[in-house]
Design a binder for this molecule. Structure first.
Ligand code: NAD
Ligand code: TYD
Length: 350
């Protein structure tokens, strides 16, 4: 089995690559990544020399390159994670999200379709990794299920919704074997510090303000990234083609409660008096089109395929903080250069 994993140098992709490379020594894993600001090969330093792993630098938007790569490598399956993933960046620059998330996905689908037809069905699966944000926003009650109608609000979620539709269209029209999973917010090691949790860990450590959009009342459903990678493994191996699975932790928190908990954990870990870090909380202008609440019903995945999350939030958050405090060099490397400039500009604008 030769598997192409796209976006494997990013946050979730690196956990998926690590899991597949370590758990399946007989699989050949090829990691394709453009290494944007969010992709970092340091995320994979522990497995980079393994015999069943290879890295290819490339852009999924480049149709000719993708077509030639598939023709040369004759992959048996694709796990597609490469994407522009940050909602705030999508508000500033939507077109980049159309290129990578929509056109990039269609380029991969075209190349996979060609292989599926030409290689007498040796191509087995196109696994598309997506987000719960395609479902839009919930009010105070209810949960997203696999049959919830798509209703994206941000340019990011609109681009992911579009890519999901293309994957289903290729399955329905060309019979390309495909599955999709839609997951809630992830957290954990190697998370780029522009997203809420790693940004606040970084800022608490450096005594900087913790920017909370609006009143901090928006709700997200948090899942430890290794649990997401585990779910992808189960779905990849067990799901019927044409199916969709929601992945989530049944773990809803308001943003302000997440940050208060993080402040408390980091008061202890940094030996600061109780209440010190909370003083850094700063309420800033709300995000445009800010979805109020996400909550995932993952009972289909639990019942059909037997997956369930392994970690409680407090435990996972503590583990995550420990990782960031122990990996100062990684933090320094990803927070230098472009990211720092971007963050400064955004923060001043708010
Ligand atoms: P990330 O931003 O950390 O990583 C994305 C990776 O894709 C990076 O390594 C980047 O270099 C690569 N990439 C970007 N554009 C590319 C291109 N044109 N060609 C090749 N590679 C390119 O993202 P993430 O948080 O790890 O998310 C991975 C996937 O999971 C995305 O598809 C995202 O929509 C989905 N997802 C994320 C979350 C979350 O909470 N982060 C939740 C559900 C689903
Ligand atoms: P984020 O980590 O960007 O993930 P997503 O927008 O994909 O859910 O944001 C998580 C929540 O935290 C979201 O409601 C927006 C909010 N948020 C802040 O309050 N401050 C911040 O600086 C960031 C980045 C996010």
């Amino acid at each position: 089995m030769k598997i192409l994993i796209t976006g494997g140098a990013g946050f979730i992709g690196s956990h998926v690559v690590r899991l597949f490379v370590n758990k399946y020594p007989n699989y050949e894993i090829v990691n394709l990544d453009k290494l944007t600001y969010a992709g970092n090969l340091a995320n994979l330093s522990d497995i980079e020399n393994k015999a069943n792993y290879r890295f290819v630098k490339g852009d999924i938007v480049d149709a000719e390159f993708i077509s030639a790569l598939f023709e040369a490598e004759k992959f048996n399956a694709v796990v597609h994670l490469a994407a522009e993933s940050h909602v705030d960046r999508s508000i500033t620059n939507p077109l980049e999200f159309v290129y990578t998330n929509v056109i990039g996905t269609v380029n991969l689908l075209n190349a996979a379709k060609k292989l599926y037809t030409a290689e007498n069905n040796a191509f087995k699966l196109f696994y598309h990794v997506s987000t719960d944000e395609v479902y839009g926003t919930l009010g105070e009650t209810g949960m997203f299920t696999e049959t919830t109608a798509y209703d994206p609000h941000s340019p990011y979620s609109a681009s992911k919704a579009s890519s999901d539709h293309f994957v289903r269209a290729y399955h329905d029209t060309y019979k390309l074997p495909a599955v999709i999973s839609n997951c809630s917010n992830n957290y954990g090691p190697f998370h780029f510090p522009e997203k809420l949790i790693p940004l606040c860990i970084y800022n608490i450590k450096n005594n900087k303000p913790l920017p909370i959009y609006g009143k901090g009342e928006n709700i997200r459903d948090w899942l430890f990234v290794e649990d997401h990678a585990g779910a992808i493994d189960v779905i990849f191996h067990k799901a019927k083609t044409g199916s969709t699975y929601n992945i989530g932790g049944h773990n809803e928190w308001t943003n302000i409660d997440v940050i208060r908990l993080l402040c408390k954990i980091m008061d202890q870990k940094l030996n600061r008096p109780a209440g010190t870090n909370e003083k850094l909380i700063t309420f800033v202008k709300d995000r445009a089109g800010h979805d109020l609440r996400y909550a995932i019903d993952s009972s289909k995945l639990q019942q059909d395929l037997g997956w369930k999350p392994s970690l409680q939030f407090e435990e996972g958050l503590g583990k995550t903080v420990d990782w960031y405090l122990a990996n100062e060099e990684w933090l320094q490397s990803v927070t230098s250069g472009n990211y720092q400039k971007y963050y400064q500009e955004q923060y001043v604008q708010r």
